[in-house]
Design a protein around this ligand. Sequence first.
Ligand SMILES: Nc1ncnc2c1ncn2[C@@H]1O[C@H](COP(=O)(O)OP(=O)(O)O)[C@@H](O)[C@H]1O
Length: 834
Amino acid sequence: LNKKYNDGDGISNLQLEDLVGLIQNTEKNILLLNQARLQAMEHADKILKEKEALQRKINILETRLSETNAQHKLSSEGNVSDSPLLLEFDVLKEDNILLKEDIEFFKTKLIEIAETEEGIFKLEKERALLDASLRELESRFIAAQANMMKLGPRDAWWEKVEKLEDLLETTANQVEHAAVILDHNHDLQDRLDNLEASLQAANISKFSCSLVDLLQQKVKLVEDRFQACNSEMHSQIELYEHSIVEFHDTLSKLIEESEKRSLENFTGNMPSELWSKISLLIDGWLLEKKIAYNDASMLREMVRKRDSRLREAYLSYRGTENRDVMDSFLKMALPGTSSGLHIAHIAAEMAPVAKVGGLADVISGLGKALQKKGHLVEIILPKYDCMQVDQVSNLKVLDVLVQSYFEGNMFNNKIWTGTVEGLPVYFIEPQHPAMFFSRAQYYGEHDDFKRFAYFSRAALELLYQSGKKVDIIHCHDWQTAFVAPLYWDVYANLGFNSARICFTCHNFEYQGTAPARDLAWCGLDVEHLDRPDRMRDNSHGRINAVKGAIVYSNIVTTVSPTYALEVRSEGGRGLQDTLKVHSRKFLGILNGIDTDTWNPSTDRYLKVQYNAKDLQGKAANKAALREQLNLASAYPSQPLVGCITRLVAQKGVHLIRHAIYKTAELGGQFVLLGSSPVPEIQREFEGIADHFQNNNNIRLILKYDDALSHCIYAASDMFIVPSIFEPCGLTQMIAMRYGSVPIVRKTGGLNDSVFDFDDETIPMEVRNGFTFVKADEQGLSSAMERAFNCYTRKPEVWKQLVQKDMTIDFSWDTSASQYEDIYQKAVARARAVA
Ligand SMILES: Nc1ncnc2c1ncn2[C@@H]1O[C@H](COP(=O)(O)OP(=O)(O)O)[C@@H](O)[C@H]1O
């Protein structure tokens, strides 16, 4: 065995086979033991029956004895003491006394036999329990086996495996012993047969002393056999128990080691999750005032640098007291220098835990990419009652309440922590009577302005009270735009001023306006801010949260270069002049997509995973979706057009409607997944869905469904995005990654990511879809016709286009570098000023 196991690296299969062999042997042994147990029980049954027969015979003997006594009494009464009859009676009397004693003796023996039987039953029970625990061990062993498959061969392992084999050998010996017991039982059976024969003889000459002797001997024999059986069974079971304990120990060690190794593997493959856990642990201790600020900073710095000592300590103290982990961490906290940044994102959405649209994807995608580049990234979100809690690992509430100001009062906030996609996340749960985030939806409440003004203040308060020296606070969209003026007008005055503020507007259509007085709710100074050059809206007397963020942030970005140009004119929705004033700090960075989440070769929602080299898988997903949605499936090559979107005016709802009819006209199939916050639009599309209810080429699914969205990206051949304006748009990029060719309107980020296949002014290698310029039906129709033509008439060309689209790099890598660059510059400027 040793030789076999030490034969080099390719051993893991042997390892597995041997383990399977061992388990199979154990199973056989258990079977044998079970058979032995059943036979022993059968014999015990027989013994019981014999005992009953013996009892019956003793009863008969007793009756006869009492009859003899009566006769003797009669004779004594008849005064015949000197007669031969009297003599015979005397002999009989003596015999009877002897017989009586013998009977008493038998009785006690029978009781003892009964006790022995009980003992055997108890032992049987114990054995059954042991069998059950062995079966449990087996299943644990199988689970451990799965873990072991991931690991390479280790000599120490094989020692353990050998040990296990020894144990199993011992078990096999025990089975042999059980067979011996079985033989003994057979022997016992023979002897009981003899006993029966003797008893029959006793019936014939019942008063004979020799018979009594014989019976005595037989009973003694039975008793001895039972004793022998009993003690043998005991020692076997003890041995068996002992082996099982050893087996258990070795198995536990094996599992422990396997878990440790797989965790090491896991940290190698997916370190961010682990580092985020460590980072949250440190922040939790700081907030709970268990460690000093400086220690926390040093430890955080070590986390940022992925210091392996922290990892080792965390792994080796896992499962022990938090205090031990903390002590071992503190021992390592030595002063160091930092080149990475500490970045805190404050946002209203994050995928997949709280997603409404693209903002959510950006928070996790950008966060992960920055974390990969060596920065310490954390996210602060509201704790919505409707969020997908199952997407958070280690969600727990901290043993601390953070107080924050609102409408003249201080309110407690519960702070929850957990990791999402490997990023450390803080969830703020306000203890405010308005229950701001327990509304069963993310947005669309009458008091949204109040809800998010509250959240912005509480998020800053959390950062402030934790004593962190953050480098960048990155806020997103109007919901967290309050952070910028709050930071510079309130918190900087308290000495919390190490950070620079970056604000990203993901859509200038939503600006967060309200009467000026409402600014006071979160502690902002209305008089100071309600001015044309600060927060007053450019076209009416209200205040504008997005304008405040543009004015007060150090960096302002939007989500694509084309959109950044568009918003400097009409697209700015009234903020174009403000953007022009602040143009030096404003730029457009194209969003990426999270290529881990959106990856057809690993996507767990798909029927079949696939990649650019294997498009069979894509065809299988198309067939699966058709079946799922009850669409016609007679022609596998019938083109399928997908559309996944919020149904709002921005997305070109009238063009989406047109695309449905146009697809039907061109002989394709259409699947729309979308929902609308606007009741009229929702109703309109419900009408269209009803209209096509019995058409097996058109399906409208009017809801939000993440899993289904993955299946549609994978199944569709073409993907429609006819937006009126589109700050960036992610769906066209996701579609390409899944081999669905986009048909889009040339606007915003669509213009920066989709290049027309027939446009000869563009190099062939970047042409990846079909575009149209005018937001009308004609433009869309012509782009669709070109796409359908290419698909049906030039399948080879189409295939190459699909393969090219699937290999375009839409990852966050490049965009995250651009963010990194602007962050670094802002921080360097701040340090220079300081
Ligand atoms: N009904 C829906 N069900 C599932 N996912 C959806 C739905 N509607 C939109 N999405 C997802 O939301 C994101 C949309 O991002 P984007 O294209 O930037 O548009 P926006 O942010 O304007 O909604 C994509 O990840 C898309 O898959």
